[in-house]
Each structure stands twice: as C-alpha cells, then as structure tokens.
Design a protein around this ligand. Structure first.
Ligand SMILES: Cc1ncc(COP(=O)(O)O)c(C=O)c1O
Ligand SMILES: Nc1ccccc1C(=O)C[C@H](N)C(=O)O
Length: 422
C-alpha cells in the first residue's frame, strides 16, 4: 500500500481499522491536558478499563466471604490461575496443560533453570545473546556459579557482526553446531529488548535439540506481540512477563511454558510446593508430593489472586480479539510508523537510523545521530511517551490494541519540530 504523510490519510487508515474501537477501552495518561501518544507498551502496557472491576470482585468476595472465598467465590481463588491458562495458551501457541501463570519473570527463569540446566561432564555450556536484558544476564551468571562453574567459561554469547545492529540466524546456528556436545542449554530472548529483533525460534530450537541441548526462551517482549507456536516448535520451556504487551499491570505475574513431553518426566527435577500437587488430594495434607502432571506442578504457592485479576481482565480481551487480528494491525501500523520516520528523516537530512531488522514485531528502535537526550526530553514534554536506552536509542512500540494511525502521523510532526528546534 502507498502511504501518505498526512493527517487525512492517517485518519482514513483508522477508519478502516477493525480494532480501532479497542482504543476506548484503555486509560491513557495525559500531558498538558492531552491524551499522550503511547509508545511504551513494550515496557508497561496501558490499563484496560475493565481491570478494576475484576480486582473489585475479589475485594468484595474477601470482605463478604473471607476464607470461604477460596472455594465459594464466584470465581474461586484456589484455582483462579486456571482461568488464565486457557487464553494464555492461545497467545503463545501452547496446549492448556503446558502453561501456568505464577510468580514473576526472573523468579520463573530461575525455577526453570533448576529443571533444565543440569550441567554434567563436559555438557555445561549455555548459549545466549550478547547484551541480553541485564536481569537475564544476572540470572544466568548466578545459576552458573551456583553449580560451581565459571560464567566466563560457561556462558557463550552470540555476537552481532562488526558494524551490524542485529544477530544473524546463521551465526546462532553455527555456534550451536560448534559448541555441540558441550552445550547444555540455549536461552535467548525471543524478541530482543534493545533492537526489537525477532529470533528464528523454530530453527534455533531445532538446532539446539539436535546437538542434545535443552532450548528455552525468554518471551518478555514476545508474548502478546508476535506469533508463537511453542508446542509445535518443540520448545522445551519458556517464560514471559505480562505487564508489557499483555497489559496486566506493573510488575505483574509471569507465565511459564513447559513442553508436554516433559510434564510427566520424573527425571526432570524441580522445586516444589503444595500448589503443584493434585487438586483432589491437596488438602489431605499428605507428606508425598503428587504432581498435577501439568505445568502447574511447577507452581509453588496459592495464587496471588489480586494481581491475577487484572491479568484475567486483559486476557479476556486477547481472547475476544485473537492474536491474528492484532498481528495484522501490528504489521500495518509499524510499517506506517517506519514510513513516517523515513519521511521525517529525509526532511531533516539523516538525523537518525532505524536499527530494528526486518524480522520484527511491534518495536522500532531508533538510533539518534547527534540529537540524543534533548530530543527524547522534547518528545516527552510534548506528550510522546517513548523510552531511552543508553547510549542513544529511543524505542517506539505502537501496540496495536490501543495505538492509532493518527498517533503515528502526529508523532512524526512532533519529531520533526523537535529535530529542527534542537
Ligand atoms: C527480556 C527481559 N527479561 C527480564 C525482564 C525482567 O523481568 P522481571 O523484573 O519481571 O523479573 C525484562 C523486563 O523487565 C525483560 O525485558
Ligand atoms: N519492569 C520495569 C520496571 C521499571 C522499569 C522498566 C521496566 C521494564 O519492564 C523494562 C523492560 N523490560 C525493557 O525492555 O526495557
């Protein structure tokens, strides 16, 4: 489609947009009395307007039923998490029993490492991407040290090539091949937080398993953003947070995926707690752990229902809209944003560069030449919420649930003014 950098054209795209009505279902912050242009759904998604009523239901059940709410609330608390597994499984391409919503992301990655990182003999190494999200680096380093190994020798980072801003799949595959029978685990962020690159998870998973390693993915920037087929790709395990594209609220619960083939495998150890045991016998208070035989076996505690409530509200919206429609709009709105950026770049003679490769989801990362921080501040003061990542990248993620094409046009105008002023 031939795009145009005009208000009228952007509005005509909004008119055609089947998802445009969802914008009204989210709360937008305001700057100088005006609704912002929100590009940070990759950091914290906006609040769905239906979320407070889900939280209130729990507060009311707690007030009126107290302990009885565990079993007799309208949505009983003891198996509340099960309500999330079904819609969540659809978002990540999993079977319902392969998914559990619990804890937070870094915590879950540590728990999954207990099961899937068990260095033995010379098979000790972990392949990850260079400059992974810091929490993932700390998690990996501390896990390696926990096994008495040296992170410098054990962690094998895939590098970008000199002068390039993205990882090449062929480099990941050849490193897997090279490390071969010393490779215990591949663990990479499925969508990179910095440059927005989507890794070829299917090919990398296949290659890792072929040399006898486990393959896991951190899907913080992928869940609710890109198409995932975790079950069919044969991914061993994955974890993600829910406060970005899943719009569940700050710091909210994480999801895990464990492939069906591992669910009943008694050779795989894990840390256990009472919410991992069968529902039928859980309250017999027996000393033996009887696993549920699903991803819930990895669940330790009774679910924090107050935080799961807004997540459930959001998942009901995902269920209604479906990933296919979100991805269709995402592709178009990101292409329109890219077009606008290129137009403004022409008009301002090369003041920035998009570093996100073609394998992308919702995010475009823009490397600023010279302008830097003042431009970022100018955008924020003028109601464009982006984020700044050192040394000079701003990330723009127009979440398809609530961003409009008109937002993209208006952003372009503010960006142009900002560049010309600074
Ligand atoms: C790739 C990635 N990993 C880990 C985290 C940290 O997650 P949490 O603080 O929820 O453990 C984030 C975002 O905060 C992330 O983007
Ligand atoms: N949870 C947060 C709390 C405070 C500040 C940032 C975050 C983020 O989520 C950052 C995000 N992971 C990122 O890709 O930058």
């Amino acid at each position: 489609m031939q795009f145009e950098n005009t208000l009228g054209f952007s509005q005509s795209l909004d008119k055609e947009d089947r998802l445009s009505k969802y914008r009204e279902q989210f709360h937008f912050p305001k700057v100088k009395g005006k609704q912002v242009i929100y590009f940070t759904g990759n950091s914290l998604g906006l609040q769905p307007k239906n979320a407070p009523s889900f939280v209130n239901d729990i507060m009311e059940d707690w007030a009126n039923l107290a302990v009885e709410g565990h079993f007799h609330a309208e949505k009983p608390w003891w198996d509340y998490h099960e309500r999330l597994a079904k819609p969540m499984a659809k978002v990540v391409g999993a079977r319902e029993e392969e998914v559990c919503v619990m804890n937070t992301l870094t915590v879950n990655l540590h728990l999954l490492m207990v099961s899937f990182y068990r260095p033995q003999g010379k098979r000790t190494k972990i392949i990850c991407e260079e400059k992974a999200f810091p929490s993932d680096q700390y998690m990996l380093q501390s896990q390696v040290r926990h096994h008495g190994l040296d992170p410098d020798e054990t962690l094998v980072e895939i590098k970008k090539r000199e002068g390039e801003h993205f990882w090449r799949t062929e480099d990941v595959l050849s490193k897997i091949e090279e490390v071969g029978d010393e490779l215990a685990l591949v663990l990479i962020g499925g969508v990179n937080y910095y440059n927005g690159q989507v890794f070829d998870m299917e090919a990398i998973t296949k290659a890792g398993k072929k040399v006898g390693a486990y393959v896991g993915w951190d899907l913080a920037h992928a869940a609710g953003n890109i198409e995932l087929q975790l079950h069919d790709w044969g991914v061993d395990f994955a974890a993600w947070c829910s406060y970005k594209y899943m719009n569940s609220g700050p710091g909210n619960a994480s999801g895990i995926f464990i492939h069906q083939t591992h669910l009943k495998n008694q050779e795989i150890p894990r840390f256990e707690g009472w919410w991992g045991t069968k529902k039928e016998t859980r309250f017999l208070m027996k000393p033996e752990f009887e696993p549920t035989g699903t991803a819930d076996s990895w669940q330790l505690s009774n679910p924090p229902v107050l935080s799961l409530a807004p997540y459930l509200a959001s998942l009901e919206m995902f269920e209604e809209v479906g990933m296919a429609a979100l991805i269709e709009k995402r592709n178009r709105i990101v292409s329109y944003l890219e077009f606008i950026l290129k137009e403004i770049d022409k008009e301002t003679t090369g003041s920035f560069e998009i570093i996100t490769p073609e394998d992308r989801g919702c995010q475009l990362s823009v490397f600023l030449h010279g302008q830097g921080r003042q431009l970022f501040d100018y955008l924020m003061e003028n109601g464009v919420i982006t984020d700044w990542r050192e040394p000079n990248v701003i990330r723009l993620a127009p979440a398809p649930f609530y961003c409009s094409y008109e937002d993209m046009y208006r952003f372009g105008q503010i960006l142009k003014e900002g560049i010309l002023k600074n």
